[in-house]
Design a protein around this ligand. Structure first.
Ligand SMILES: [Cu+2]
Length: 343
């Protein structure tokens, strides 16, 4: 029943698309300001030739778009490649010479009949007002097709003449504040997720939760930006029994969907993926879900987590069954988490 409905819908949409021709990949809002943070929402309007579904979206971050972070998407793995910037930037008196240079959302499925956005945040730094900042984008459709948005208009040329233009942000001059209080330099608070940075004392404000041989302590999450529908969650699980157990799923009334995720560095690439097989909690061992490693990922969060909030989560273990824990929401600690150094 449902399938039939979708197919019929798809047929109508693809005939519309073929009569209109192909829309380009662009940003929802391309009006950015020099020396400011910006949230960019890249639109992927169609799949590859022949109506193939998009399975991967790659975005190259141009010089001048620094300290960037991608927003995770349900159903997509995420990779962040780091590298050296050509220039050295300063942010809050700190020198920034390297950082993310490319994002890849992978192993997803966006049918040609549908449209989606891929969101990331970063700071525009050292880019002249009045210029366009192009982001080269590549869509992959399995191994059967690609769409590349990488053409950059030469000075004075009309970008509309390009067949596959790279999406651009139009950089405007920063407005001068008359009032003398300058908050333009502040980078937006980092997302609750994606931090491998400083997280000092998040000791349990909550008593340990016991379930059979398992003990759960120190459950926490981090405050989110307004309108940010995605965040991470963490807890420490001790298995003092003699049998292996496994965390198989998580749910929360505060989010439409909770996934079990792993984040790991491979060389200069940070990879995040969903763990379809759950998280093993072997006999006699302690498993720590923490920033930069294993975590819960909350999608479709109804109200952004704020510092001091209590987020209820129900975990399901293979042997211990359902266990309720409460995550204490901590401050996002702006300015601390984004400078993640690794050599
Ligand atoms: Cu995640």
């Amino acid at each position: 029943m449902k399938k039939i409905t979708v197919l019929a819908y798809a047929t109508i949409l693809s005939s519309v698309a073929s009569t209109q021709g192909f829309a380009h990949s662009t940003f929802v809002n391309d009006n950015a300001t020099a020396e400011s943070s910006f949230v960019a929402a890249l639109q992927v309007p169609h799949g590859c030739e022949g109506g193939l579904a998009t399975t991967e979206v790659q975005v190259q971050l141009p010089e001048g778009f620094i300290s960037a972070k991608p927003q995770p998407k349900a159903g997509w793995e995420l990779e962040i490649s780091k590298g050296n910037y050509q220039k050295t930037y300063s942010n809050h008196g700190q020198e920034i010479k390297d950082g993310p240079v490319e994002f890849r959302w992978k192993n997803g499925n966006l049918p040609d009949e549908f449209y989606d956005t891929f969101v990331f945040q970063g700071k525009i730094s050292g880019v002249e007002a009045g210029t366009d900042l192009p982001f080269k984008v590549k869509q992959l459709c399995g191994d059967k097709g690609t769409v590349v948005w990488d053409q950059i208009a030469e000075n004075g040329a009309d970008p509309h003449s390009l067949a596959n233009p790279a999406p651009v942000l139009k950089i405007a001059a920063k407005a001068e504040h008359g009032g003398g209080h300058d908050h333009g330099a502040a980078t937006a608070a980092p997302a609750a997720h994606g931090e491998h940075g400083v997280h000092g004392d998040h000791a349990a404000d909550h008593a340990a939760v016991k379930a059979g041989d398992l003990e759960l302590t120190g459950a926490f999450s981090k405050a989110m930006l307004p309108g940010q529908p995605v965040g991470g969650g963490f807890v420490t699980i001790v298995n003092s029994g003699s049998a292996d157990d496994k965390l198989v799923s998580a749910t929360s009334g505060a989010a439409g969907r909770v996934e079990l995720h792993e984040m790991a560095m491979q060389g200069d690439v940070m990879k995040m993926r969903k763990l379809d097989d759950g998280i093993a909690v072997p006999a006699g061992e302690t498993v720590e879900l923490k920033p930069g490693g294993l975590h819960f990922m909350f999608f479709e969060v109804k109200k952004p987590f704020a510092e001091g909030d209590q987020v209820p989560v129900t975990l399901t273990f293979e042997k211990a069954g359902k266990v309720d824990v409460t995550l204490s929401v901590q401050s996002a600690k702006p300015g601390q988490a984004s400078e993640h150094k690794h050599n």
